[in-house]
Design a protein around this ligand. Structure first.
Ligand code: FES
Length: 123
């Protein structure tokens, strides 16, 4: 599957953007998108209303829906946290609320690694 990588500038940090499409309600991202010490990639799929932040953890990947759990605005990842510019909520890279008014953690999609691809399951 082909994807397009580019840099998205946000709050002085650059998080790579990976554009792709869904296949059977899942998304595939090559593991090598995380080469060179990268630990985050924004995944953009036309079918989805919000981007997904794919975060490399020690032994797994977190796939977080970048939709604020307060009133549904889109979220912006920075180098230290995920920020909602609407009313100031912030989240960590596990999706937990760091600062209200949001009360619930971010929606997390299941992931697995198959043949050097990270698969994000949307259902
Ligand atoms: S919609 Fe994000 S803090 Fe209100």
């Amino acid at each position: 599957m082909l994807g397009i990588s580019m840099l998205l500038e946000s709050c002085g940090t650059s998080v790579p953007l990976f554009k792709t499409n869904t296949h059977n309600d899942s998304i595939s991202i090559p593991v090598n998108e995380f080469s060179g010490g990268k630990n985050m990639v924004i995944v953009r799929v036309p079918k989805l209303e919000n981007d997904i932040l794919l975060v490399k953890k020690e032994d797994h990947f977190n796939a977080l829906n970048l939709r604020c759990t307060h009133e549904g605005y889109g979220l912006t990842p920075t180098s230290k946290r995920i920020v909602c510019s609407a009313h100031g909520s912030t989240f960590d890279f596990d999706g937990n609320v760091l600062k209200e008014p949001a009360l619930k953690p971010l929606k997390k999609f299941n992931t697995e690694i198959i043949d050097n691809n990270i698969i994000i399951h949307l259902t």
